[in-house]
Design a protein around this ligand. Structure first.
Ligand SMILES: *[C@@H]1O[C@H](CO)[C@@H](O)[C@H](O)[C@H]1NC(C)=O
Ligand SMILES: *[C@@H]1O[C@H](CO)[C@@H](O)[C@H](O)[C@H]1NC(C)=O
Ligand SMILES: *[C@@H]1O[C@H](CO)[C@@H](O)[C@H](O)[C@H]1NC(C)=O
Ligand SMILES: *[C@@H]1O[C@H](CO)[C@@H](O)[C@H](O)[C@H]1NC(C)=O
Ligand SMILES: *[C@@H]1O[C@H](CO)[C@@H](O)[C@H](O)[C@H]1NC(C)=O
Ligand SMILES: *[C@@H]1O[C@H](CO)[C@@H](O)[C@H](O)[C@H]1NC(C)=O
Ligand SMILES: *[C@@H]1O[C@H](CO)[C@@H](O)[C@H](O)[C@H]1NC(C)=O
Length: 827
């Protein structure tokens, strides 16, 4: 119970000390500190903030699942992670971070005796505090003020301005869901290099070889580097500047930049200074899209702007473009070695590692190079340079690069398994199988020819029988299918190419990431890639069948979907203005502030969309997760309701449906909490909360406001009672005529919608009428609001504690309840 009240009311009253949890410490924490994500749920899981409020340290949701958290440092306005303690093993919302009295730091998964996920052993070091500095550096400080441990010395996948990156440190990319490959940035032999973690790591880029750098001093040995202003600078032992790599034209010296090593092996640069969306620089490392180890997958050739095709030599032998060697050097069941052969990869293929790897053997010839590879089971491919006689062997092969007409100067061979290949011919053996192949081909062609002829005859006869009418029907079917607007079934490849391999990410939702894409016909789409637990096949089909059949001006349209293997994707129409949240809370520098007319139209549009879902569909649909993030805006700021991922189908007979707890805290109707059945009135409640935020231009719960105003709905009810309703209108909004009838109507409607008793709330179609002025809006009752009810039970709980009675938490607000709530991650 305590956790829940803390969430809502810390700012309303001065709390006794034990209840202080939930408010982040500023600057530093001291030994004896402990906390879980749940304790700080209302501060987005952050329990420590830097003095300048730019950075926070705490529990952040992972992209894969909203119920898993990493202990991370985050840049608060952009939500970019700077550092994480436990990337590989995220924890749950009840797992505790402890700064022990003896100075040790421990994060455990699974309660008290659980496994240690991350720890710092500081025994005997006289630790006095942990500071989060204004630079984003987390520092363990001794009583003498000496730094004992710094997060800057143990980077994850991100470098930030002023963070020194020295020899011995490593930047490691997060593994992606589609590949186990990770990439590493480090300083090696006086150069900054990027490599892939294959069996033997293969280097694919080095700053020394990059033509984009500016050389300040020739011939030094790089031992450290850092991001300063708009360039990445490289220094030698004596801090003399050797090289610079300028990654942006924006010369602002005060800007904070981050360099992130992404899970495709590319380093990108983002400016954190510019608010909500970190502005990405177009400069990338490496600059060539085909220069990473796997732009296309193993054994594929990458050319131009990432066009992929199977390497010619391999596509001739195997249709799946794989070598057929699953685990090299592993014997088969009957102790025999896997039969293999070398296949010429074809002309004009190049390989990323050739510029960096040392040759296996020098001044040799092609035959001995092939011999080296044939007799060495870990060799999966070889490259031989005729001009120098260098032979290169690799135990892992990534993507090849197209070297163009000039050729790469290398001959390349791939080792493939011969079993199952059957008729494989491998260039050198050409001719041996010749007669068999000719016979097989001739026989096959003959049989196919006969089949085609027979088929043609049968078809022709049918056609004459059925006259022309039957012939046209399939064409007609196609036409009708397109006309009905049912979602199209895409292949994963279609969507991959439409989104340019998921390169432009629009946002991150509870169920996965959303990417921008363009269909071949030129129309833009938003592709939602569903990932992580909680989104099974069942939910997916439900979502597709529900949304696919619904068309309404104020509902986002589903263009198509993809269900292929483990891939689940939904392609929605693209709405250029993004979500409502962006326009009412976190205004970016250049964004216009929505005026009253626009806000009113958004409110009305959303209400119409919801009314349609509730009342006009064949099957009644409850959205269950109405919030500003789920209201999208088109070019003309028309509202469209999106994200039916949580929608539950209802038949007309059922008026209530019991579901597991879902939705987003802050917009959840109280009946969710008390676990009564929910109905479409729960959506009405959430809508009311959104409407209130739209009018006020602020979050309903905002700890930075004065105690009176921090819980906006309570404040609104209070102002209504005092007859000062106009006080709650967004003060920054222009062109608002306070005598405008619509303002009064909208405010009262919002307060009707958020009545605690769901029977008092109007239906969505009633809401539309109220907003339009068709139905008169009387003063709503103010006595039974969620705020006041919780407020009173809150005081009750305090007085109980004061009286020394050890009553357990009441069932409806126990911690179990909180942990069951699905929180939406940042979008
Ligand atoms: C810790 O403090 C004690 C007493 O204050 C002192 O004797 C000891 O040397 C200190 N240890 C370190 C590592 O600074
Ligand atoms: C934060 O500010 C306080 C008061 O100005 C100061 O004592 C403390 O050292 C600062 N902490 C950090 C980490 O900068
Ligand atoms: C990644 O590795 C794990 C275990 O090593 C394996 O189960 C999984 O299939 C691999 N995934 C890919 C995409 O290779
Ligand atoms: C950078 O910050 C310094 C000190 O805060 C200030 O004097 C200077 O004008 C800033 N420069 C820019 C380009 O904003
Ligand atoms: C395979 O070889 C190993 C050692 O060379 C031997 O112990 C094992 O029995 C052999 N297995 C079979 C199926 O022959
Ligand atoms: C086998 O090839 C790998 C590279 O594929 C090489 O690193 C290794 O040294 C070779 N082993 C022998 C015994 O030649
Ligand atoms: C390879 O180089 C030798 C001499 O170094 C030359 O005679 C031969 O023609 C070259 N072969 C090819 C295929 O370029």
């Amino acid at each position: 119970m305590r956790g829940f009240f803390i969430v809502l009311f810390t700012c309303l009253v001065l709390l006794p000390d034990p209840l202080r949890a939930g408010v982040a410490s500023i600057g530093s924490i001291t030994p004896g500190f402990g906390g879980t994500q749940m304790n700080y749920i209302n501060n987005n899981g952050l329990f420590l903030e830097s003095n300048n409020s730019e950075f926070g340290f705490g529990f952040l949701t992972t992209p894969a699942s909203v119920t898993l958290f990493t202990l991370s440092i985050v840049h608060k306005s952009s939500l970019r992670l700077i550092w994480s303690a436990n990337r590989a093993s995220p924890v749950s919302n009840s797992d505790k971070f402890v700064f022990e009295a003896n100075g040790n730091v421990v994060l455990r998964a699974g309660g008290e005796g659980g496994t240690v996920v991350w720890s710092l052993d500081n025994t005997g070091k006289n630790v006095s505090r942990i500071e989060l500095r204004d630079s984003g550096n987390l520092v363990v400080v001794s009583s003498k003020g000496v730094s004992i441990w710094e997060s800057f010395d143990h980077p994850t996948d991100t470098l930030i301005t002023n963070q020194g990156f020295k020899e011995g440190m490593k930047l490691t990319s997060n593994p992606s869901s589609s590949s186990n490959m990770t990439f590493v940035l480090e300083i090696k032999s006086g150069d900054m290099v990027l490599s892939v973690n294959s069996l033997t790591p293969q280097v694919y880029w080095s700053m020394g070889n990059d033509r984009g750098k500016i050389i300040n001093k020739d011939g030094g040995v790089v031992t450290s580097s850092s991001l300063l202003g708009n360039s990445w600078r490289f220094f030698d032992q004596k801090q003399v500047l050797l090289w610079q790599f300028v990654f942006s034209d924006n010369k602002d010296d005060n800007a904070t930049w981050i360099a992130v090593l992404g899970n495709t092996g590319v380093i990108s640069f983002s400016n954190l200074g510019s608010g909500t969306s970190a502005a990405d620089s177009s400069t990338k490392i490496p600059s060539d899209q085909c220069a990473t180890p796997e732009p296309c997958g193993s054994y594929y050739v990458c050319s131009g702007s990432k066009v992929c095709g199977c390497v010619p030599g391999l596509s001739r032998v195997r249709s799946d473009c794989k070598s057929g060697i699953a685990s090299p050097c592993k014997k088969t069941n009957n102790n025999a070695t896997l039969p293999v052969q070398l296949v010429n990869a074809g002309d004009s293929v190049d390989y990323f590692a050739l510029g960096f790897a040392p040759p296996f053997s020098k001044k040799t010839n092609l035959d001995s190079c092939k011999e080296f590879c044939n007799t060495n089971c870990s060799c999966l491919g070889l490259f031989f340079q005729n001009s120098s006689g260098n032979c290169f062997l690799f135990d892992w092969i990534g993507s090849y690069k197209n070297s163009g007409n000039a050729g790469s100067g290398f001959v390349s061979y791939i080792k493939v398994a011969t079993n199952g290949v059957g008729d494989g011919n491998n260039g050198e053996d050409e001719g041996k199988h010749f007669p068999y192949i000719v016979i097989i081909v001739v026989v096959t062609v003959f049989i196919i020819g006969v089949l085609i002829y027979v088929g043609f005859r049968i078809h022709k006869r049918k056609k004459t029988l059925l006259d022309d009418h039957g012939d046209q029907s399939s064409e007609e079917d196609n036409f009708l299918e397109n006309l009905s607007g049912m979602p199209i079934r895409f292949t994963y490849k279609d969507l991959q190419s439409a989104t340019n391999n998921f390169s432009i990410k629009l946002g991150q939702g509870g169920f996965g990431s959303v990417y921008e894409g363009t269909l071949p016909d030129g129309s833009r789409i938003a592709v939602k890639k569903l990932e992580g637990i909680g989104q099974g096949k069942k939910e997916f089909r439900a979502e597709v069948s529900i949304i696919g059949s619904i068309h309404h001006l104020h509902l986002v349209r589903l263009r198509g979907f993809c269900a292929e293997g483990t891939h689940r994707l939904l392609a929605y129409e693209f709405l250029s203005k993004g979500s409502l949240e962006r326009w009412i809370f976190r205004k970016r520098g250049g964004d216009i502030l929505l005026d009253w007319d626009t806000r009113f139209n958004i409110a009305l549009g959303t209400a119409k969309g919801l009314a349609y879902l509730h009342e006009d569909c064949d099957a009644r649909i409850i959205h269950c997760d109405i919030k500003p993030e789920n209201i999208l805006l088109d070019d003309n700021f028309n509202a469209k309701v999106s994200d039916f991922g949580l929608a539950k189908l209802m038949t007309r007979e059922q008026s209530h449906v019991f579901t597991t707890m879902r939705g987003t805290r802050g917009y959840l109707a109280p009946e969710w909490i008390t676990n009564y059945a929910i109905s479409e009135k729960s959506d009405v409640y959430s809508y009311g909360m959104v409407l209130l935020e739209l009018i006020g231009g602020r979050k309903n719960y905002d700890p930075s406001e004065s105690s009176e105003k921090c819980h906006f709905p309570s404040y609104a009810f209070k102002m209504m009672e005092e007859g000062k309703l106009m006080e709650i209108v967004d003060g920054q909004m222009k062109n608002v005529d306070l005598n405008d009838e619509r303002v009064q109507r909208a405010m009262k409607t919002a307060l009707w919608c958020i009545q605690e008793d769901m029977h008092l709330r109007p239906s969505m179609s009633k809401v539309v009428q109220m907003l339009e002025g068709v139905f008169p809006v009387v003063q709503p009752p103010s006595s039974s609001t969620l705020g006041s009810r919780l407020y009173s039970s809150f005081f009750k709980s305090i007085s109980e504690e004061g009286g020394g009675t050890s009553s357990g938490p009441s069932d409806c607000n126990s911690e179990n309840y909180l942990s069951a709530v699905r929180l939406s991650g940042p979008r």
